[in-house]
Design a protein around this ligand. Sequence first.
Ligand code: PGA
Length: 238
Amino acid sequence: MLIAGNWKMFKGAHQAREFAAQITRLDDRSSGVDVVVCPPFVSLQATIQGLGEGSNVSVYAQNVHWELEGAFTGEVSAPMLLELGVKGAIVGHSERRQRFGETDDTVGQRAEAALEAGLAVIACVGETEADREAEETEAVLELQIGAIPEHERLVIAYEPVWAIGTGRTASSEIAQEAHAFIKSLHPTRVLYGGSVNAENARTLLSQPDVDGALVGGASLDAQSFEAICLAAAEIAGE
Ligand code: PGA
């Protein structure tokens, strides 16, 4: 089971350090769960310092470029992340796909380079509401997944775009069906993302093919993030 908190463009260094110090308490109660937080680039170091030596909470970035260095204004490379002690990166989040021109091709390149450099990767896929209404969900997922490499350090996050930040979680049946489909294409762990919170986490995480969650809004509050991690630990222990 893997629970990752995607902070998006929230928490500067000061808040990140405070949050990290609060969740170090999780360490001994989250057995069976890989806990990850994904701060903005500028808060990565403060988060790592706040967690302290020996924490079993890992820090991932929210994106990573495919080149090692070069004239790519605004981008950050895998070696730069590794130097800070970052363990992985999200790639292909739907906000990047929809608002910043990310394509299946660039998502694939980012994932390949990150894996090659030694990072773990959470690669995001998911259909829009229009795709689902047009019964195009499987076709869209197939294209997105076709661009994602297979690797032991890669997990996929299924995040239906219509469920992100909307409070409209996919039903556990919809999530289970999509996860089973994704696993038929790509043998890997699959996280669910889209309005996961402390109340609905248990039901979603109990589905046989749901291997964890990528949590946005509810990961910003240490108490609700902890509650989701503890629900995952309970299910992992069952
Ligand atoms: P949400 O975001 O939990 O706020 O819906 C999830 C995500 O975008 O990763």
